[in-house]
Design a binder for this molecule. Sequence first.
Ligand code: AKB
Length: 321
Amino acid sequence: MTKCLVIGACGQLGIELTAGLRAKYGHTQVIASDIHPAKEGTQNGPFEVLDAMDFGAIKRVVEKHEVNVIYHLAAILSAKGEANPIMAWDLNMTSLLNVLNLAKDNNDIQIFWPSSIAVFGSLTPKDATPQNCVMNPNTVYGISKLAGERWCEYYNEKYGVDVRSVRYPGLIGYKTLPGGGTTDYAVDIFYKVLQGETYECFLEKDCYLPMMYMDDAVKATIDIMEADKTSIKIRSSYNLAAISFSPTELYNEIKKQLSEAEISYNPDFRQAIADSWPNSIADDEARKDWGWEHSFDLPKMVSEIIQGLSKQLGNNLSYNK
Ligand code: AKB
């Protein structure tokens, strides 16, 4: 019987992954945990306040609930990490080593840990970036993700830990605001335009980045964890792709569906981070090894978010779909 622990369940992905796992395995089978108290979306099942830096605390929660699958999502992202690099490194690495060491002592525990397109850098091929290529990340977040990937492969090879990982592109959902990422503009814009405000974009208008709608991200995460062990050939982290677009392309699609939407551009320090990341990703290995397929293209994603977020915000703007 699958018994999951989600670490970082109150974050942008955590809330939606917890909901997806509970829908699949049952509410009591998924323990949500976070350093912050439970919030809406995590309260319909067990919840533990948990510091991912505290090995003993994770072990106690795992033993108490007889957990056999850990989704470890807690991390400091790219833009926020630059404000406090040492803290970002400490959190991102110590928490990963905590769950890997737990699984090393108990090989029945399976681990999911997310990597990111932030592992790539200025010397990486920009278009259709392959799984294996030059990687020279220039953020502490990217450095920690690349080091984390090496640790995952090491623990799998040396100790047999069943750890699985994907390199998420920018994740776009509307249920919870993201915090501290460079791709967050693609979520922020919806909140602003649906409240009748002009969105001031912190990236340049033609800056292409790999992105993915949250439902696809949740599906990819559950799919890789459910795949047969023998089909997982990459134990560092899989390239994962869905759509790529620039702020202008996103804005134009929103404008088609919500004619009031307005945007202006005022790039800041996050532009340099975005410039070092790929435009698009080749994810052939994920598609071949464990059958990855995405479902959301840009128009479908925009329409879902406008409809869902309008309801959530209770606004009465008219949209065209
Ligand atoms: C960020 O922008 O830092 C994240 C990521 C791409 O991992 N969304």
